[in-house]
Design a protein around this ligand. Structure first.
Ligand SMILES: [Zn+2]
Length: 55
C-alpha cells in the first residue's frame, strides 16, 4: 500500500504488515477517493496502535 516504508510518526517504529495503524489526516478537499493513497503518503501521519492508545 505504501511506497515509502511506513513508520509511526510518534515513536518512529517501523509498521509491520497486518499491524493495526491509525492515519491522522485532513479530509482532502475536492478530491475523489482515488487519490486517497497519494494523499495519505503526502499528508497523513501514521500512528501505531500502542501510541494511539496512550493518547
Ligand atoms: Zn508508535
Amino acid at each position: 500500500m505504501f511506497r515509502i516504508k511506513p513508520k509511526c510518526s510518534i515513536c518512529d517504529k517501523d509498521i509491520k504488515a497486518e499491524e493495526n495503524v491509525f492515519v491522522k489526516m485532513k479530509y482532502p478537499k475536492g478530491r475523489g477517493m482515488t487519490e486517497i493513497k497519494a494523499y495519505i503518503q503526502n499528508e497523513g501521519k501514521i500512528i501505531c496502535e500502542s501510541c494511539y492508545e496512550i493518547k
